[in-house]
Design a protein around this ligand. Sequence first.
Ligand code: NDP
Length: 253
Amino acid sequence: MDELSVYRILIWAFLGLALVTLPALFFVTAPYGRHESKWQGPTVNSTVGWVVMESPSAIVFFLCWLLSERRTDPASLAFLFLWELHYVHRAFIFPFRRRGGDKPMPIMVAASAFTFTSINAYLNGRWLFTFAPPYGAGWLLDWRFLLGTALFLGGFAINQHADHVLFNLRKPGETGYKIPHGGFYRWVSCPNYFGEIIEWSGFALLTFSLPGLVFALWTVANLLPRARSHHRWYRDKFPDYPSERRALVPGLF
Ligand code: NDP
């Protein structure tokens, strides 16, 4: 079987798994951060865990670009820039900006996320830089690219700001939780997740690709149920939690 045939099987399997994972995560919350469980098995320092589990996204995608013959195409360079804008930060900067990073993380969580990010970066990078029909320079003026890029950058800004607010809630050495305020926290409990979903929906549109769409679905599958768990947790823990706040999407849910 050639690589493209294997690729096709992998992308449909990955899509199927996302569709099963979305309902499943309403019943099982990934056991890290505030949802850590007593039965979490062997653990790793969570700063190390974040670097290990997110770095394949930056490295594998970059390698797909490096090994491609379309390296200098303007569309390829734009895809590379936007993806790495998010993932160089997520893998190599974000883990060190978190406070309370000495907390343990289950190795199972880091290992499954490592597998996910490796496959996802391969599926997106290999498609965009090798298997997709060439986009050509004209793609950069297509409405899908322009609107998708605006969504991606808007989502990125919301995600960055929301995470920045969370980091500043703790003084160095603190590990407890406080009520976040400011920006989109006025409307929702998890604007970082809201921004992340907008970002990858934007990426799906700006690449107009099946792997981009599958990744956006995975992001919803991971973050929608978790936002609901966070929201319930905030309401249980803080009696004065702002009652008008929703979990994920302003004004809706
Ligand atoms: P959280 O919002 O749960 O936590 C982010 C950081 O802020 C953690 O260090 C957390 O500490 C701290 N924190 C959270 N709430 C509070 C609070 N009320 N008071 C004090 N500190 C707080 O996000 P995740 O860790 O789940 O995710 C981190 C980033 O990764 C987000 O930007 C998210 O969008 C992204 N992500 C993307 C996924 C995808 O599928 N694309 C999947 C998962 C995450 P602690 O760890 O101690 O709880």
